[in-house]
Design a protein around this ligand. Structure first.
Ligand SMILES: [Fe+2]
Ligand SMILES: [Fe+2]
Length: 277
């Protein structure tokens, strides 16, 4: 799909919302340790992850300068990700206050990303960004499509995650379009984004799981197998967001893939109206 005629572009809106971290219960997801720590683990990755995404796109800003629409989208992307990072930093500071080793876990995410900065070329770093953006877009679609996902969660936390999911959907194709604009659509960029997707999937899954395990152990609930089963049930059975995203993950490996081939604008519109109000 040509970046100029895909549906997402024009609607990338930067919404400067502060979410309150005051009075958020330690186990804000239905009082459940394990499910709370799944989302907390994701949050601990975001501030540094989003900074990495911004940098990897900025590197190619000059190469797309002639394309005003795409350049405006990149600007909007940066604006949104910077605000996400700010809000997740506040979220993670609240975790630290609640006795979680948030600073240590954020530093670990940073050192992994610094390794990528040292060892990977700018093209590979951009490819990592598009793969992780595909991950966030897949999970965001689950949040958008299932209003009950956060039914028993703290309402402010639910509002924050839904805001993040909405904006991830709005800008889901920006990094991809930059990549295609710079590298074209030949077999070389296809092979690059495919093998990067395999390694990023492995890295991201192990990183998130190892973070969840350490968070839960620190809560003294590492041996609570019922809690682990509840988490696995939530992730893979009902509502099962991590099972449901599998076809979207596979779709990445189609040579002609584009993020807006999965057109979820209708879901997006509902949420946009909610946040506009
Ligand atoms: Fe984000
Ligand atoms: Fe994003």
């Amino acid at each position: 799909m040509n970046p100029s005629d895909h549906p997402g572009g024009a609607g990338i809106t930067r919404r400067d919302i502060h979410f309150s971290q005051t009075g958020i219960p330690r186990y804000w997801f239905a009082g459940d340790v394990h499910r709370t720590r799944l989302f907390d683990a994701l949050s601990l990755f975001f501030p540094e992850g989003e900074r990495f995404f911004i940098e990897s796109l900025r590197h190619y800003r000059e190469r797309i300068a002639g394309d005003h629409r795409l350049d405006a989208e990149v600007r909007a992307f940066i604006g949104q990700e910077a605000l996400h990072a700010r809000e997740h930093r506040a979220y993670n500071a609240r975790l630290e206050d609640q006795g979680v080793n948030a600073a240590g876990l954020e530093a670990e995410a940073l050192s992994n990303l610094n390794l990528a900065r040292d060892k990977a070329s700018p093209a590979q770093q951009l490819a990592m960004t598009l793969c992780l953006e595909h991950f966030t877009a897949m999970l965001a679609n689950e949040v958008l499509g299932n209003p009950k996902l956060f039914a028993n969660a703290d309402p402010e936390m639910a509002r924050m995650w839904r805001w993040h999911a909405m904006e991830e959907t709005e800008h889901k194709a920006v990094a991809f379009d930059v990549f295609e604009r710079v590298f074209g659509r030949s077999w070389r960029p296809y092979v690059l984004r495919s093998w990067i997707m395999l390694s990023v999937s492995f890295y991201f899954t192990t990183h998130v799981w190892s973070t969840i395990i350490r968070l839960v152990r620190r809560d003294g609930r590492g041996g609570d197998w019922r809690g682990w089963l509840r988490l696995l049930g939530f992730m893979f059975v009902a509502p099962g967001p991590f099972r449901r995203v599998f076809p979207a993950w596979l779709a990445w490996f189609k040579p002609g893939f584009h993020p807006w081939q999965h057109d979820n604008r209708q879901l997006l519109e509902q949420l946009r109206r909610e946040y506009a109000a």
